[in-house]
Design a protein. Structure first.
Length: 269
């Protein structure tokens, strides 16, 4: 079995972060491992508290994984502390990690900044150049280029600029009231649109985490980047279309929508 590791924060309500990543990886056929950057107290209505791991402990988590079950792909999600970012970058270089998918969790859908400016700078300097692919949403892409993105053409310009600056592929995610559910992949000077179907489901908690984890899973299994993005988009469409409805706010998707077997059956009345 191919393997993947998620390096991200824990979401106690299970819809995003480490929990969403592990569910996604299992459903996409790889063995999932994790290095937790932070504990969060959160649910579908918001985040109450965040407790970061120490840099030393995060380094030990990564050492434990890379020296025993070497991951075929790496997904990196929320890291809000610059010292933690430095540790991740150092360990990825030390162990010559491959198939690195970085979801640059910097700006919330609401537009609120999620990490400090110095942590964002460290993210750009240390982690982005190691990435195989970055997966920014529109607000994050705007943050990276320093201007607004208001059209499909500007998405292409932004992805090209980010790709050339950090020498990696870029998947600029649509949505956020721009270009519906269509995502743009820019790699090696060539761009391709991946058209998605807009699914009328308000429960979209963890979509970014889920998409990047699905891409990492498919890269781990040997699919090309284009194939991995295509398969990941199909998976997330299925998870949204299952119309799971939990919680009082923006709820989670059904990550296990495609798992149907003997062990999924519920007790009979």
């Amino acid at each position: 079995m191919k393997t993947a590791i998620t390096i991200a924060g824990s979401d106690s309500s299970g819809g995003a972060g480490i929990q969403a990543d592990i569910k996604t990886m299992i459903t996409n056929g790889v063995y999932a491992m994790s290095a937790i950057t932070a504990l969060t107290a959160q649910n579908t209505t918001g985040v109450t508290s965040i407790l970061n791991a120490t840099p030393e402990f995060l380094g030990q988590e990564l050492d434990s994984i890379f020296t025993d079950i070497y991951p075929d792909a790496v997904k990196i999600g929320m890291v809000s502390d610059k010292e933690l970012i430095k540790v991740i970058a150092a360990k990825l270089r030390q162990y010559e990690a491959k198939n690195i998918v970085v979801d640059p969790v910097m700006v919330a859908t609401s537009g609120a900044k999620l990490i400090s400016d110095d942590a964002a700078d460290t993210l750009k300097e240390e982690l982005f150049p190691l990435a195989s692919v970055l997966t920014p949403n529109i607000p994050e892409a705007e943050e990276l280029i320093g201007r607004k993105i208001t059209s499909a053409e500007e998405m292409i310009d932004a992805a090209k600029e980010i790709s050339e600056k950090y020498h990696c592929a870029v998947l600029c995610k649509g949505g956020h009231n721009l270009n519906d559910a269509n995502d743009l992949l820019y790699a090696d000077g060539v761009y391709r649109w991946f058209n998605g179907k807009r699914i009328d489901n308000p429960n979209t908690h963890g979509t970014g985490c889920t998409l990047s984890s699905a891409i990492a899973s498919n890269l781990a299994k040997g699919f090309s980047l284009e194939e991995s993005v295509e398969r990941a988009k199909e998976y997330i469409s299925g998870a949204l279309a299952a119309m799971l409805n939990l919680g009082k706010g923006s709820g989670p998707m059904d990550h296990g929508f495609a798992i149907k077997n003997e062990y999924m059956k519920e007790a009979k009345d």
